[in-house]
Design a protein around this ligand. Structure first.
Ligand code: NDP
Length: 449
């Protein structure tokens, strides 16, 4: 049995039994439970009225068929999901993921994490997540559009600006959000802009939303470094992935004076000691929608590409895993520690395995968990909802300023909570407890619902 308080063991066993085979969900619950023993020792009222049991059971889970036709006229069937996990703090809020690996357990783990993350932002948003096992890679725009239209044809009845507000995630960017919103508008005959976030700037999107997760993660790591009198200036950094989060993490690190020397996609990683050429990565990933291996071909001398190796073998001061869950294991963590890593910030959701987190924490490496570090995306989505509600549009600087103060605030809340509960510097514990307390207080106020 994992390292959790004995009062929580029967609840955890029940979670395993009721959600058989959903290993990512088990992992996410276990990680939160490891922190909760200290809260219920101090505030036993939170263990009453089955509050923790209710917190582990999604309020609603929707699974549906998504039929669509490819350009050759062949019909395909995918499966759509939306897990509406917790609405104690506001409408369900969380992204949609289109990736062949998507299943109920993955969406459930993401929705569970999202509940605590959203609470940490201090904004009025509950937790949810959704997606499909559809693979957009290699599909034409018309195919992606038909898929999105079919997906929304079922999902729209469960959404609303006061009910559930999805956004993007892996495989879902501005193009997909546009198609989804277009179909929602057509089905409902309502221009309800606040029903989806991550929209284009010309139709209700927020400035800085595209950049928000990566920028926010960099602000969080910068705050962690500052507690030790350090900064990004002159640091060697490795950022995995080459998608939305990775690209804007690289951009902000560069602005803070750091040098990102490696990034990746699911086929391999590139190293460029002179500093990753961000414009080239954007061109490859956002315009050509091609593989990161193209980088060495287009950039040439002084760079190299490694297929299938671990990007974490590249020595660095700061590591920011920003691709996907469980992409950095205990062995990778040991190598990073041996190479002198100072700080690790999770840009992705749960990219480090529990073993890896333990290795970092034992070695005294500053470690920012995803539910705190990458909360800038959803926080800016909440700012997009605010702008939509007031039919307003803020400048980039104004929005980024709000983002930066939200991220500094999340950092300080996690640090103060860790300190209050006797574990200074433990951002995992700080994030779990601070998020939990906010959700638990609202759930207590609402009674048994
Ligand atoms: P994107 O789809 O834009 O990019 C994902 C990137 O990760 C792609 O480059 C993809 O490569 C790469 N990747 C996927 N699997 C692997 C792997 N096993 N090894 C190496 N690289 C891999 O997604 P996002 O950038 O939006 O999301 C990345 C992570 O951040 C996810 O965990 C997501 O949940 C999380 N997140 C995203 C937020 C957002 O605002 N977008 C907000 C908060 C969290 P390939 O093209 O080969 O698949």
């Amino acid at each position: 049995m994992p390292n959790i308080d004995e009062k929580l063991v029967p609840i955890f066993e029940e979670v395993l039994r009721r959600n058989a085979g959903e290993s990512e969900f088990h992992q996410a619950v276990e990680e939160v439970f490891e922190s909760l023993g200290r809260v219920i020792a101090k505030k036993p009222e939170y263990a009453e009225s089955a509050l923790i049991e209710r917190l582990c059971e999604p309020e609603r889970q929707i699974i549906f068929r998504v039929p669509w036709t490819d350009d050759a006229g062949q019909v395909h069937i995918n499966r759509g999901f939306r897990v509406q996990f917790n609405s104690a703090l506001g409408p369900y809020k969380g992204g949609l993921r289109f990736h062949p690996s998507v299943n109920l357990g993955i969406i459930k783990f993401l929705a569970f994490e999202q509940t605590f993350k959203n609470a940490l932002t201090g904004m009025p948003i509950g937790g949810g997540k959704g997606g499909s096992d559809f693979n957009p890679r290699g599909r034409s725009n018309a195919e992606v559009m038909r898929f999105c239209q079919s997906f929304m044809t079922e999902l729209y009845r469960h959404l609303g600006e006061y009910t559930d507000v999805p956004a993007g995630d892996i495989g879902v960017g501005g193009r997909e959000i546009g198609y989804l919103f277009g179909q929602f508008k057509r089905l409902t005959n309502r221009y309800e802009a606040g029903v989806l976030t991550g929209k284009g700037l010309m139709h209700g999107g927020s400035r800085a939303r595209t950049e928000a997760t990566g920028y926010g993660a960099t602000y969080f790591v910068d705050s962690m470094l500052a507690t030790k009198g350090m900064s990004f200036e002159g640091k060697r950094c490795v950022v995995s992935g080459a998608g939305n989060v990775a690209i804007y993490t690289i951009e902000k690190i560069r602005e803070f004076g750091g040098r990102v020397i490696a990034c990746s996609d699911s086929n391999g990683y590139v190293v460029d000691e002179s500093g990753i050429d961000l414009e080239l990565v954007k061109e490859i990933k956002e315009v050509r929608r091609a593989r990161i291996s193209e980088y060495t071909r287009l950039k040439g001398g002084g760079t190299y590409y490694v297929a299938q190796g671990s990007i974490w073998a590249v020595p660095c001061d700061v590591a920011m895993p920003s691709a996907t869950q469980n992409e950095l294991n205990g062995k990778d963590a040991a190598i990073l520690v041996k190479n002198g890593v100072l700080a690790v910030g999770e840009g992705a959701n749960m990219p480090c395995t529990p073993d890896a987190v333990r290795v970092f924490q034992r070695a005294g490496v500053l470690f920012g968990p995803g539910k705190a570090t990458n909360a800038g995306g959803v926080a800016t989505s909440a700012l997009e909802m605010q702008q939509n509600a007031s039919r307003d549009s803020w400048s980039f600087d104004q929005t980024e300023q709000r983002l930066s103060s939200i991220m500094r605030n999340i950092h300080d809340t996690c640090a103060a909570t860790a300190e209050e509960y006797g574990a200074p510097g433990d951002y995992v514990l700080g994030a779990n407890i601070a998020g939990f307390e906010r959700v638990a207080a609202a759930m207590t106020a609402f009674g048994v619902v």
